[in-house]
Design a binder for this molecule. Structure first.
Ligand code: ADP
Length: 264
């Protein structure tokens, strides 16, 4: 029997660009950036898809208000294909559509990686200009294997301004540059850069310090793509299934639109 090639790429015919959104640790806003970048790219007119690979905390079903949805599975000859669910012009697939949140925690190591690879390769992406992948946080086996198995266009690193988050983000950046793998880091997004009260959009309070995102971008020799403020209603909106973009004039809507223009 032919040994399996660990570097054999997942075939995703029709998908032109694959961008991974990664972070050193959880809770920095990686899923928020992934979801809103995908919606912003769709608004720019690109055929866009989002793959939520954060199997320990899949949030796309919540952010897009799709908790009760189950993707349709169709048979094409011998093979099964899963149809992504479309919302705000984005084709969405999430491990969260298939597993109850508590059960996801027992999925570990090789089983988790195999599950992710299978879901990515059996999803019917069709013609897609940009596939955004929301990675699990950190630098574990799942991330490394997925990087090996995908032809990635680039990676975006999300961090908060604190030093501890920056050290983790640097480690996350390192996993895209190994002797065998070279994935371009497209840039850094600093999230929760400052607090802006919704009623006073001109006021800025730097709760977690300043300059962290710039420092990381400088260290990596990549651009700082965006500085997204901490906004009181983002949490509320995302938890109720309305991403920031459902309110067209939201004060950070423009920032995500500019981010989409920079990466496209
Ligand atoms: P991660 O994917 O890194 O774990 P999430 O995107 O799930 O992080 O964000 C964690 C929590 O913080 C979510 O409840 C989200 O709504 C909230 N959040 C993320 N970015 C912001 C922001 N800029 N302003 C306010 N809340 C935010």
């Amino acid at each position: 029997m032919k040994p399996q090639d660990p570097f054999e790429k997942i075939a995703m015919p029709g998908v032109k660009n694959v961008i991974v959104v990664a972070s050193g640790k959880g809770g920095v806003g990686k899923s928020t950036v992934s979801a809103n970048l995908a919606v912003a790219l769709a608004r720019e007119g690109y055929k866009t898809a989002l793959f939520d690979a954060d199997l320990y905390g899949p949030s796309a079903p919540i952010f897009f208000g799709l908790q009760d949805q189950k993707p349709e599975v169709i048979k094409e000859g011998e093979h099964e294909q899963i149809i992504p669910i479309e919302k705000y012009g984005v084709k969405i697939m999430s491990i969260g559509f298939f597993i109850l949140s508590k059960k996801s925690l027992i999925w570990r190591g090789p089983a988790a990686t195999a599950g992710l690879v299978q879901l990515l390769s059996t999803t019917q992406w069709g013609e897609t200009d940009f596939l955004i992948i929301d990675f699990p946080p950190g630098t574990g086996d799942i991330q490394l294997t997925t990087i090996q198995k995908l032809n990635l266009t680039g990676a975006i690193l999300v961090t908060t301004p604190q030093h501890i988050a920056l050290a983790d983000a640097q480690k996350a950046a390192d996993m895209f540059h190994t002797p065998l793998i070279q994935v371009p880091v497209l840039g850094v997004v600093e999230n929760m850069s400052y607090f802006t009260p919704t009623q006073h959009p001109d006021e800025k309070y730097y709760l977690f310090g300043q300059g962290g995102g710039e420092k990381l971008a400088h260290q990596l020799g990549v651009p700082l793509l965006a500085k997204i403020p901490l906004v009181a209603d983002v949490c509320e909106l995302s938890d109720s299934g309305k991403t920031i973009f459902s309110s067209a004039d939201h004060l950070i809507g423009d920032q995500f639109q500019q981010l989409a223009q920079q990466v496209s």
